[in-house]
Design a protein around this ligand. Structure first.
Ligand code: DGL
Length: 270
């Protein structure tokens, strides 16, 4: 029998941006989600630590009947994916290339802003991918380390004063560059996309990497004849810390209650 589930993982809530899109476009797929909530944030850590965490996350997901994994985390995709992707028997897709391609095709003026975690910005991964897709595009990259803790702690309303303050702090400089497209280069950021859009203006196109990567994995599975096209789908959520925050804020973002569907595991065992 063919392997059956898509594995999706992130340091916390951010990967739900990919999960939500996957559930929409692939309604018959079984999906297992892991959020490493006991160790979030990843984006302020060293490359060695991010690689070690990413391996543990994938080792955990490997215990399911996985046919492909989606690294729904800009930080792991930028810093760890190349080192680990050949060590697993299923294809593993990151978020960088599909988001870079979407930004290049959306931009009219060839000026693309990239915001992400410190580790992602330091890696230069989005710039490399954009320049491979279109060497004429110009980019500016800004690290926004406060965004992930704000999202994980539920500051996700567009009117939240702390979130609005952090957005102004980080993004004022970005606007001086006059981009017409911004990559929300950490998967947590689309959760506060409305607040970001309110600040930068609706004319600037925001690229959601989780969403683009969900489309990419859907194409990959279709090309390889690995899609489930009928039958009920099972969705499971696992976290490495208390389930409460994840259920509350994850449920708000997913647009449905996930209470009782989230399970806690000990990631240090993997
Ligand atoms: N959502 C992740 C990303 O896309 C991780 C953020 C973090 O843990 O710092 O980068």
């Amino acid at each position: 029998m063919n392997p059956n589930a898509i594995g999706v993982f992130d340091s916390g809530l951010g990967g739900l941006t990919a999960m939500k899109e996957l559930c929409r476009i692939m309604p018959h797929e079984n999906i297992v989600y892991f959020g490493d909530t006991s160790r979030v944030p990843y984006g302020t850590r060293s490359a060695d630590t991010i690689i070690r965490y990413a391996r543990q996350d994938l080792n955990f997901l490997s215990g399911f009947d996985i046919k492909a994994a989606l690294v729904a985390c800009g930080t792991i995709s930028a810093v760890a994916l190349d080192s680990i992707k050949d060590d697993y028997p299923f294809p593993i897709i990151g978020v960088i290339d599909s988001a870079a391609a979407a930004a290049v095709s959306a931009s009219q003026n060839g000026r693309i802003g990239i915001i992400g975690t410190p580790a992602t910005v330091k890696s230069g991964a989005y710039e490399r991918s954009i320049s491979a897709a279109d060497p004429d595009c110009r980019t500016i990259s800004i690290a926004c380390p406060l965004f992930v803790p704000l999202v994980e702690n539920g500051h996700i309303s567009p009117d939240d004063p702390l979130t609005k303050g952090a957005i102004e702090l980080y993004l004022s400089k970005l606007l001086d560059f006059e981009p017409d497209t911004i990559i929300l280069g950490c998967t947590h950021y689309p959760i506060i996309a409305k607040a970001i859009s309110n600040f930068v203006g609706v004319d600037i196109r925001l690229i959601d990497p989780g969403k683009e990567a969900a489309l990419a994995i859907c194409r990959l599975l279709s090309l390889n004849g690995l899609t489930n096209d009928s039958g009920p789908a099972k969705r499971s959520f696992y976290v490495s810390d208390s389930t409460e925050n994840f259920e509350t804020y994850g449920g708000i973002f997913m647009g449905r209650s996930i209470n009782g569907e989230v399970h806690k595991i000990d990631i240090e065992k993997y």
